[in-house]
Design a protein around this ligand. Structure first.
Ligand SMILES: Nc1ncnc2c1ncn2[C@@H]1O[C@H](COP(=O)(O)OP(=O)(O)OP(=O)(O)O)[C@@H](O)[C@H]1O
Ligand SMILES: [Mg+2]
Length: 265
């Protein structure tokens, strides 16, 4: 079978201490988020990872007292998959005869345990368990629903008012995102707008390359003697705008209403 290209990989070793499984669950959620799995699927992945970790903590008796995880995003044909391996170097169980869980309805019976592996299998799309005297490895996969672009692409909407046009930027403003905002702004300038407002309510992350594209827009506005404002910045983005000098050549507003009334005045 051809090996599936690995697009992203994170390795994590957890010390077997109470609640350390939550760190694994956070990484799983972050990776699942990158794949754009739905919130329900992300919860399923987190649940499965937590169960695999607490099994290793509780049952493996691993000498290194650690559980080793690998999170990988794989290209799987048209789609992508999140593959998580939970490995311990403990005593293993399949060789010793594993007593599987009893069916539901027996919760009041003597055996209330034995559901973890069953749940992992039901929550994930593919599960492989191998275990012997050298330890246990649970490999589980969750498939992405549709072919989503992995990186957050920026969404832009434009609202043309009487004298002012508002650009709504939603997503990550990196080099491409910055260029997209800039080309929307240049388009509006070509249409004759001299006052622009860029609403960043939907942007929580920006980088310096993205900001440099916005600085170009401010320079263009100075050139045409127009007015440029930004509103709804997160405190971090606002700080970056100040540090990079963008705030000197444009106006920053807490919200759209105050921006419109100040810019239109
Ligand atoms: N990493 C592991 N190392 C050694 N044995 C394991 C490991 N994971 C599971 N097992 C064995 O498999 C059994 C079944 O695991 P499972 O998670 O289904 O149930 P449980 O942990 O006993 O109970 P529950 O998960 O319902 O709290 C365990 O009781 C244990 O004997
Ligand atoms: Mg368990």
């Amino acid at each position: 079978m051809p090996t599936q290209p690995v697009l992203l990989e994170i390795m994590l070793s957890l010390v077997m201490e109470p609640r350390m499984e939550l760190s694994a669950s956070k990484v799983a959620a972050a990776m699942a988020g990158i794949l754009r799995l739905s919130a329900d699927k992300i919860d399923e992945v987190r649940f499965a990872v937590v169960e695999a970790c607490i099994n290793a903590f509780e049952h493996s008796h691993a000498r290194d007292q650690k559980v080793h995880l690998r999170f990988a995003v794989l290209e799987k044909g048209e789609h992508k998959a999140l593959k998580i391996t939970v490995r311990d170097f403990g005593v293993g169980f399949l060789s010793g005869g594993f007593q599987g869980p009893r069916p539901a309805g027996n919760l009041r019976g003597a055996r209330r345990r034995g559901w973890g592996l069953k749940l992992i299998k039901s929550l994930m799309d593919e599960v492989e368990i191998s275990s012997d005297a050298s330890g246990t490895s649970i490999i589980m996969q969750k498939y992405e629903e549709e072919n989503h672009p992995m990186t957050d692409s920026l969404n832009i909407k434009v609202d043309r008012r009487d004298e002012i046009a508002v650009i709504y930027a939603e997503g990550y403003i990196d080099n491409q995102g910055g260029e997209a905002v800039a080309s929307a702004a240049y388009g509006l300038i070509d249409e004759g707008f001299k006052t622009l407002l860029i609403n960043l309510a939907g942007t929580k992350l920006i980088n310096t390359i993205g900001i440099s594209a916005l600085i170009e827009v401010t320079e263009k506005m100075i050139e045409i003697e127009g007015r440029l404002g930004f509103c709804n910045l997160t405190p971090t983005i606002e700080k970056a705008f100040h540090t990079m000098g963008l705030a000197q050549y444009s106006q920053l507003f807490p919200d759209e209403a105050s921006a419109i009334s100040a810019l239109a005045a």
